[in-house]
Design a protein around this ligand. Structure first.
Ligand SMILES: NC(=O)c1ccc[n+]([C@@H]2O[C@H](COP(=O)([O-])OP(=O)(O)OC[C@H]3O[C@@H](n4cnc5c(N)ncnc54)[C@H](O)[C@@H]3O)[C@@H](O)[C@H]2O)c1
Length: 341
């Protein structure tokens, strides 16, 4: 395991993972393979642009020819698949791209890994595949998937195909299912950076419904360390949940952001909820802890660090929020915010 194809490596988690991998393993080579959708951004990778062990290839994971050529040209032995359409609200507006990338694209990567006899295929998945989790229960890796949004259904499909390639072809696969990640370089449509950047600009924070949905917000670099741990010590054919094992109501998250940025609660607007919004996710994380991994940040610390990063890095997010983002924001929140006045 030395030559990595990191798909989606120009996105939020992928780019954090690429930088940590290159910094930690001085004999590893990384090819970032990314379509550069609205969520991909080469500015996330500025720290490694000049690293001779880093290469960027612009491409779609659904393009079987280019994936295969890239894997052969760079003697890739390991694929880590971060590439995905990732925003639940966009999947509710139109799920086409989610089906293409998250289902067909995952299949293309698996088939390439199988045909070329790669050492490892690792699928990055999400706690959302377990669906809404009742109070008192924490999802185990052995639980059935019960996705409820088009995004979650497409990710669950990717997981099932990955497991099928292990069972049917003995492809050496592993899967990690992460809780919500937050931290540097997250596209500001996601709730924590959306609220932090709105608060910085003194504009309302549109909170879905009563805001009492429960989530585990983990710091992205903790998640990256856990993926690294599974790649190096995980058991082939296995799934590992990754999260802090703690949860908090969204209203608590909102208040931490406002406190960190010194902004008033009068910015909070309760707006019409997302359809089919899962009330609660909760992961049992004992299996990854048994590999010796622990998160280094609590939920509150992760939220504070994230809000501070957005306060200190307007150069990164302001131009994003001023571009096509405005069209998305109006479609998703315009009517909701006007109704909440
Ligand atoms: N963000 C979270 O909280 C979270 C939690 C658990 C799991 N995940 C999973 O982690 C992975 C990364 O999430 P993220 O938040 O960094 O996403 P992101 O939206 O920030 O980045 C996704 C990246 O994938 C690229 N991409 C999209 N379609 C592609 C295609 N067809 N071919 C090649 N590249 C393509 C984009 O250009 C972008 O760089 C995803 O698989 C997601 O499902 C995310």
């Amino acid at each position: 395991m030395k030559n990595f194809l990191i798909t989606g490596g120009a996105g939020f988690i992928g780019s954090n993972f690429v930088v940590s991998l290159l910094n930690k393993y001085l004999d590893y080579h990384v090819v970032v393979y990314d379509k550069l959708t609205y969520a991909g951004n080469l500015e996330n990778l500025l720290q490694v642009t000049d690293n001779p062990r880093y290469t960027f290839v612009k491409g779609d994971i659904c393009d079987a020819t280019l994936v295969s050529e890239t894997v052969q040209k760079h003697q890739i032995d390991t694929i880590v698949n971060f590439a995905a359409e990732t925003h639940v609200d966009r999947s509710i507006m139109d799920a086409d791209a989610f089906m293409n990338t998250n289902v067909q694209g995952t299949y293309v990567l698996l088939e390439t890994a199988r045909k070329l006899g790669l050492e490892r295929f690792h699928q990055i998945s999400t706690d959302e595949v377990y669906g809404d989790v009742p109070e008192g229960i924490a999802s185990l890796e052995s639980d059935p998937v019960a996705p409820r949004s088009p995004y979650a259904a497409s990710k669950a499909s990717g997981d099932l195909m990955t497991l099928a390639f292990y069972t049917t072809y003995q492809l050496p696969v592993t899967i990690t299912r992460g809780a919500n990640n937050i931290g540097p370089y997250q596209y500001p449509e996601k709730v924590v950076p959306l609220f932090a950047t709105n608060a910085i600009d003194n504009i309302p924070l549109p909170v879905y419904g009563d805001g009492r949905q429960k989530r585990d917000y983990q710091y992205v670099l903790d998640h990256c360390r856990a993926v690294d741990r599974v790649l190096h010590q995980g058991k082939i054919g296995e799934i590992y949940n990754i999260g802090t094992g703690h949860e908090m109501e969204n209203m608590t998250m909102v208040r931490i952001i406002l406190d960190t940025l010194g902004k008033p609660e009068s910015l909070i607007r309760h707006v019409e909820d997302r359809p089919g919004h899962d009330r609660r996710y909760s992961l049992n994380v004992e299996k990854i802890q048994d590999l010796g991994w622990e998160p280094k940040h609590s939920l509150a610390q992760a939220i504070e660090l994230t809000a501070q990063w957005y306060r200190d890095n307007e150069w990164w997010w302001r131009k994003i929020k001023e571009g096509d983002f405005q069209t998305y924001y109006e479609a998703q929140y315009g009517d909701r915010l006007r109704a909440a006045q």
